[in-house]
Ligand binder design. Sequence first.
Ligand code: ZN
Length: 230
Amino acid sequence: MSSSPAFPERLTQGYRAFLDDRFARERQRYEQLAEGQAPQIMVISCCDSRVSPEVIFDASPGELFVVRNVANLVPPYETGGEYHGTSAALEFAVQALKVRHIVVLGHARCGGIRAFAAPSEEPLSPGDFIGRWMNLVTPAAERIGPPDGDLTDYLTRLELAAIENSLKNLMTFPCVRILTERGRLQLHGAYFGIANGVLMVRNPETGAFEPATDLMPERVSMLRATTVTP
Ligand SMILES: [Zn+2]
């Protein structure tokens, strides 16, 4: 017989630290936020434990409306009877919160993208939820063509192309398209490097991902050679 589950000690410790530090410092903000949230920015990020938008963007509570899913994908608009968690979050962010920006935040070494590019023979479970979800990457893969040589380079190009495809899918949501065309909503792509901490931002004019402007100079020069156009 299994023992009763214990709440993870790591979380209890972390919560104590939060109470003593952040909550103590930002108590007033939390009290105000209890009245309601009004974030200006929605971030669609991967579930990956290394890519937390609040950490990367040094965000305070109430600033970012975040939805995370495997490989930070946005499905196309559809009104079928399935369960659409990401679409529900998107609808709430755009229609109720009236966010001004939506950022699709991809990242290097994405396990979801790798699973699409090099699927295992057997799904992880009979439902094959990851396999079916990652089918959303198919248009991006078709766009960049088959791997030609270095797998890491191919995966990077696929990660960037998947961001591009999610931005395209965002525009299939009528509320997103209308507000974007009226200039009341902006869509952005970004890509986090994990190992080097570098953030690339999609240039809306060219579609290329370029280092964010506030990087330290040596990191920018390091990246010039690796900037990838999806
Ligand atoms: Zn990922």
